[in-house]
Every structure is written in structure tokens, then in C-alpha cells.
Design a protein around this ligand. Sequence first.
Ligand code: FDA
Length: 570
Amino acid sequence: PSDSTYDYIIVGGGTSGLVVANRLSEQKDVKVLVIEAGDSVYNNPNVTDTAGYGKAFGTEIDWAYETVNQEYAGDHTTIVRAGKAIGGTSTINGMVYLRAQTSQVDAWEAIGNKGWNWSALFPYYKKSEHFQVPTSYSSLHGSGVEYNPSYHGYSGPLKVGWDAEQLNDGLAQTLNTTYQNLAVPVPYNKDPNGGYMIGYTLYPKTVDAEKNIREDAARAYYWPYQNRTNLHILPKTNANRITWKEGNEVTADGVEVTFANGTTGVLKASREVILAAGALKSPVLLEHSGVGNPDILSKYGIETKINLPTVGENLQDQMNNGLKYVAKRNYSGQPDYVSYPSAPELFGNSTTAVANNVLRKLPAYAAQVAKANGNVTKASDLERFFKVQWDLIFKSHIPVAEILVEPSGYVYDMEYWASVPFSRGSVHIQSADPSAKARIDPKYFMLDFDLQAQAQVARFIREIFKTQPFAPMAGAETSPGYSSVPSNATDSEWAPYLTANYRSNYHPISTAAMLPKEAGGVVDNSLKVYGTSNVRVVDASVLPMQVCGHLQSTVYAVAERAADIIKGNI
Ligand code: FDA
């Protein structure tokens, strides 16, 4: 294909890239090329097995990005996983399909992104979805799964439903009653995918329920359409940088790549280059293309095409921690059960005090983040965004944490994360070589509310294990255990355990943030990179703030909307 010209080149055949490729190639007169570093995983059992979460980790389909030592989290490095395959991270993720809270998508518009609010995005969540009604497949009988028909899409490409693992157990009811018996009850939520997430729920996954195999972006958006003559995918090919037209305007005309055989070439695009390489790669590609902070680019001999210092900044992820308990019976399979408490449920009587304390600290948080990145993002902007985030947590009561009960053998694994940390980090190049590792610094636990929330969820989990009717089903807490972290432990006494044992929650976002340029944005509300006439970013990099669900549903929806923007439908 190196001698043909395409209308659109999409860099990254992952979750978002394949959505955009599919929708653009619906137009028969438009030629689309997808450049993907990975290969087909259609028959890879580490991908297809619905009970195989984690099996692909560390294999050739995992980028396994490594962070720098995390100075606020035990000073060690950690791995951020991401899929390297046709289908991207959707081929290795946990398949959880949970959207966001209405108010937090509305906040995108409130911070300056006109047109990006819940009511604009909701139709795109549905457009991508092929909801498999639970009565149509037998494993669900008697499971108690409920849903609201109006929240779902029935004719989209992406199959969403319940797999057998989640359902064959009476534990769901026990946990539900237990949540109702907590000091501040966590209500039952019949269907969290309509914009209201708070509560305990039985969530759906991206799964082909009939076949009981993983549904990923490739199975949904690419393989059924691979015979379209205007849709091409180039696997095992690494994009190195965008190439530019001569002239005053900054216009992309192609992408330099390294093919599977090690040779290098340039592929031409006549209309647009669309980056969908993921939040830890798209900003790196921009920097290698001369779009970024001149101080960083000049260090590696890269000429600055566009002075846009916020490329790679604003990196937001969550910290994932766990507690373990003895289970008094043996569990098979991988069932899991989720709850989303809001701040009043998590902090109880202390909520107002916690809220006031955090509010007072917002200017200091903003100053600390700005200082850490050399004032590339301005403290005044950060403070404004942090206040929006504070309002979401303490006024609109978005979920402040996600808690998963994961029984396995004779163990209850309790996995959790606080939903919206304030810490902001960065990803930047540290070499002129596009194949070299980037410098990834999420700054986990940098700001003290992030530690406080993470410690409070641990205390909350301990309460669940003291509450009927679940309490007698569990034995001792084995990790960390009360002898290691006593019941009255303060946040700083929890800190060594939390920072030694956390992992990335694998939800990196915002490294090419959609925001007004003067407020630190990299792309505008049409997802176009500031200063370019025809380069867009359509992946998780553009989300300006974290969402409380899991990322993929929102990534699919944003990519669906991006395709409509590119087609001129919006
Ligand atoms: P994505 O990573 O999908 O796509 C980027 C693509 O670009 C990849 O295919 C990559 O190989 C390719 N690429 C990168 N650099 C390139 C280059 N230079 N040249 C060519 N190609 C290049 N979410 C959820 O909703 N539910 C869940 O249960 C989970 N669980 C989960 C578990 C794990 C282990 C991870 C890592 C992530 C999750 N997530 C999740 C998160 C979710 O899956 C993720 O946020 C989205 O899939 C990201 O989609 P993107 O399109 O942004 O990138």
C-alpha cells in the first residue's frame, strides 16, 4: 500500500481507531488506512477466553509501559498495561462496560468544550452498543440481572451483555443486602448505564454472550467489515511521526512508518491524519512530529513545528489497591460484584469536614501540579478545574470510588480505586528515536486527598466485612491484616501498605486534553490539534477529566462522535 494515497490515515488500530476507521469507510468514496503496531489476535485464547483476564499480561500483545520511579508512592516504578494488537487495549482489558455519571460529562462542557455534554454523548454510547437482552441467553435464568431498556442501543456493532462467570452465584443477593445494612446504605442500582452510577449493581461486559467469548473493538468494528475495499489495515507497522506539507499552514500529508521487515517509508494522506495510539502514545507521536514543548523537543534535536507545551501534560490515572480475606467456601470461575459509593456514603459523618479541608487545599494542589511541570499548565487553570472536580465529588455526588468483590477459591479479593484523583502527571519523549521508551510519570499519590480517599475506601471495605449477612461468610483479613494496619490506623499509617501494593488502574487519560488552548488544551472541541489544519486525536488522550465508570464505553462513544465530526455531521 506504500504507493497509494489515502484520504485518512488512522494511527493505532485499537479501541478508538477502529471505530473511526469503520465509520469513515462507510463512505464508499473515501479511502482509509489504519496503521497498527500489533497483529491479529482473533484466535488468541488469552484474548477470547472470558475468564482469562490477565493471561495476556507480559506477552507480546502487552506494551507494558513502565513509569519512572514514583516519588510519592514508594519510589519504585510500576507497569501501565495497554494492548498491542488489532483491537488495542480492548483485547486485554477487563471487559467491564460501565459509562459515566451525567454531571461529569457535563463538566467537560463547563470547562470550555462546547457541545460535549451528557445529552450529546449518550446517543453515541447507544450507537456503538449491541445490547444482548439477558433473557435471550440461558445462563442468566435466576440471576436477578435487571436493566433499563431505554439506556441501551440494540443495533450498534459492540456486543454488550453478561457472561456466565458473573451470574451463577447467590452471593449477589447477600452482598446487596449487606450494602443496605451499612451505616450509610449504598442503594441498589438496577442499571448504572443511564448516567446515574451510584449504588451496588451487576454490571454488563463487552462479551459475545451466545459464544461466551470476549467482544473487542476488532470483533465489533473491523473483522465483519474487513472486505470493504476502501478500508485497509497495516499490522505489525509502527508509526514514527507525522510528515508535513511545505508551506505556511501546518498541514499533515502523511505518516512515516517502520514496516514489519524493518524498512522505513512514508504513507500519504490527502485529507487527515488521525491519532488513536492511546493516551501514552499519541502525545509521544505529536512530540516526534514537532508538536509540543520546544524545551523538550530541542533537547532531542526535533524542530518545533507547533509550540504547544501542554502536549503530554495533564496525565490522569487512578491507583488500584486491594484487601484480601479468607472465604469460608470455595469459589470457581471469576465472578465479580461492583459498588459505587458517593462521598457521603464513603466518608459518613466526616463528609463536610473532609470537603471543607479539600476545598481549602485546592490552591495549594494547583500550585504543586504547576510547579512540578515548570508552570506549563497554569495554577489558575488547574485551580478552576479542581474546583469543578470538587463540586462533582462533594456537591453532585459522583461515585468517589469503585469497589469490586472478587471471590476466587477460598479468597475474597477486594479490588478498588478512588475514582477521581487530583494528581496530574506527564508523558514525554526522552530520545529522538521513536521506538525508544517514553518518560511516563503519572505522579501517583502526589496530592494528599488521593491518599486519604484510597485509605478511606480500605476502611469502608473493613466495614463491609463486619456487616450482616456477608460477615459470617468470611474469615480473617489476610492482606494487609489488622496486625499490620490496625483498625484505628490513620491515613499516614495506611500509606506504606497502599503505596507498596498499588498498581496503575490502567486508565490513563488527558495527555492531549480537549480544552481551550489558553487553558492548556491540545485539541479543540472538534478534536483537532491546535495549530494544525488536519490532525486530530480521537483516543483516551482527549478526555479532559477522569470518568467514574471504566474507560472503554466512553472511548467508544467519543470515537463515534469524533467520526461524525470528521464526516461533517455535527
Ligand atoms: P488503545 O490502546 O485501545 O489503542 C491504541 C492502539 O494504537 C493499540 O492497538 C496500539 O498497539 C497502537 N499503537 C500505539 N502506538 C503505535 C504506533 N507508534 N504505531 C502504530 N500503532 C500504535 N476499560 C473498561 O471500560 N473496562 C475494563 O474492564 C477495563 N479494564 C482494563 C484492563 C487493562 C489491563 C487495561 C490495560 C485497560 C483496561 N481498561 C478497561 C481501559 C480501556 O480498555 C482503555 O482505556 C481503552 O481501551 C483505550 O482505548 P484507546 O483507543 O485510547 O487506546
